[in-house]
Design a protein around this ligand. Structure first.
Ligand SMILES: *[C@@H]1O[C@H](CO)[C@@H](O)[C@H](O)[C@H]1NC(C)=O
Ligand SMILES: CC(=O)N[C@H]1CO[C@H](CO)[C@@H](O)[C@@H]1O
Length: 473
């Protein structure tokens, strides 16, 4: 049954489109469908959680990593295609960068030669199609013109059929507007027994200390995401939810509870001038997101008119792939005194007294003591780093690694050259990945409360990870 577009709501929704596009600094996710039973026996810690791995051309090590850890994956998303809008219609650009890439994805689609049943599992190849360079007018002419829904769907389907892919990961800066369009695309995919995975932004938390307008932006963005879900759920086999970027390059607001309210630092925080580095994701945040998504698409909670038949209720029992980062994050930091806001210097600790007990590769070579009552604050934006780069830094500086109590992620501080300033690096670890998977499994197992299609994990992205991280899955 066709979904009747609700133009009044669409009109209202257009207003925040640009804001949402701006907020969407690092949108990645996916969603996946119904078919494809997971092999009952795998070498995985959580065999029932479907795993999607993104592979990008710019970290091409991902191709080999996927192949070497084939039993850890169900679906693989090469990040290959962009979709461009013009008055005439839609053009898909991109594709496998070389013959090698073409041969690679075809090998993964076939059962491998291995005798081992698990090893030989064939994988679903679901490349990403992202709407690239779209402005508000491009979205407007698509959403309000049914002819163009078909044109977009045809442009994507032509590629999917020619290349014999198993489905599509769809991403855009304003997916909350596109339920009708995606319904068209998913109809075409399902006719061919292929799947649609929709990338969705996560629900973000607004911290206590956030300025009012920023908190309102976050809330508006969260509402748009949640309101769009019931209709998108009718089109999607899976959602890929971008729970990678809990903190992001801009860091996060310092938590005011930790700071004396009348000090200089509190003033700076109130003005939005002080931010701190934070971990890439946390298991609790992933769990909260999953629960929010499940509840927002639970037909029992939805008296929305679009759930009109049992069939549609079933279609709405979608699956959620929760994003987990395989990269770390590196922030340039200073240390500030909580009360005065003054910049303070950590003091190097002389490690020589410990030399006798701490030897070998694992022994930290550098350690700093932070002055009492200080917190790290950003001196500039952070940047993502691959697990490999992190390993290099650790080899070179042998920093002492700490665990962030709340998030379970590990971090260390180092100074590339004395006097050039400190960096704080958050690293993805088998342990933090394990926490995330456990949190997802916890919600899935709680089926009495939630009836939904299940949940799994979306890994961004395999080329940034290591054998050890993948082996731990
Ligand atoms: C809808 O799109 C088609 C194809 O671009 C175009 O020919 C037609 O004029 C559009 N209709 C409206 C009402 O804009
Ligand atoms: C929480 C967090 O810092 N997320 C970051 C994780 O790393 C990716 C790398 O692309 C960033 O985009 C996120 O902002």
């Amino acid at each position: 049954m066709a979904i009747i577009p609700r133009w009044d709501i669409c009109d209202f929704l257009f207003f925040p489109v640009l804001a949402i596009i701006l907020l969407t600094t690092a949108v990645r996710g996916e969603h996946d469908g119904t078919q494809k039973p997971i092999s009952p026996e795998t070498t995985r810690q959580y065999p029932k959680l479907p795993v999607l791995g993104y592979v990008t051309p710019w970290n091409s090590a991902g191709k080999e990593l996927v192949e070497n850890h084939r039993p850890k994956f169900d679906m693989v998303c090469p990040v290959w295609y962009t979709v461009h809008a013009s008055e005439q219609g839609y053009e898909v650009r991109g594709g496998p960068p070389s013959d090698d890439d073409e041969a690679w994805y075809k090998r993964l689609q076939q059962p491998s030669a291995s005798e081992d049943v698990i090893e030989s599992n064939s994988l679903q190849i679901v490349p990403r199609f992202i709407l690239d360079g779209w402005g508000e007018q491009d979205f407007r002419s698509l959403v309000f013109n049914e002819t163009r829904w078909q044109m977009l769907s045809d442009a994507v389907m032509d590629v999917v059929e020619e290349k014999a892919f198993d489905g599509v990961v769809f991403e855009s800066g304003a997916t909350h507007l596109l339920a009708t369009v995606l319904n068209k695309l998913s109809g075409a995919l399902h006719q061919d027994e292929k799947i649609l995975i929709i990338v969705t932004q996560p629900i973000r938390k607004s911290l206590d200390g956030l300025a009012k307008n920023q908190a309102a932006m976050i809330e508006a963005s969260n509402n748009l995401i949640i309101q769009a879900l019931p209709q998108l759920a009718l089109a999607a086999d899976y959602f890929s939810i971008m729970t990678y970027d809990m903190t992001g390059p801009g860091g996060r607001e310092l938590n005011r509870r930790d700071i004396p309210p009348d000090g200089k630092l509190a003033q700076a925080v109130a003005q939005g001038n002080m931010r701190e580095p934070g971990p890439n994701t946390s298991a609790d945040w992933v769990r909260e997101n999953l629960i929010t998504f499940v509840e927002a698409t639970d037909p029992a909670n939805a008296n929305q008119p679009q759930f009109q038949s049992n069939l549609e209720l079933q279609q709405a029992s979608r699956k959620f792939l929760m994003g987990a980062p395989l990269y770390g994050y590196k922030y340039p930091i200073l240390f500030a005194n909580k009360a005065t806001g003054k910049i303070v210097k950590p003091t190097p600790v002389d490690l020589s007294p410990h030399a006798a007990i701490m030897t070998g590769a694992a022994a930290p070579r550098s350690r700093y003591k932070l002055p009492e009552g200080s917190v790290p604050v950003l001196r500039a934006g952070g940047e993502p780093v691959t697990a490999r780069e992190i390993a290099d830094v650790m080899d070179k500086h042998r920093p002492e690694v700490f665990k962030s109590e709340l998030e379970g992620e590990q971090y260390f501080d180092y100074e590339a050259k004395t006097g050039e300033g400190y960096w704080r690096v958050f690293l993805p670890t088998a342990e933090s990945l394990g926490h995330t998977l456990k949190a997802i499994k916890g919600v899935v197992d709680d089926e009495l409360e939630y009836s939904f299609g299940g949940a799994g994990v979306a890994l961004w992205e395999v080329g940034q990870s290591t054998d050890e991280l993948l082996a731990s899955l």
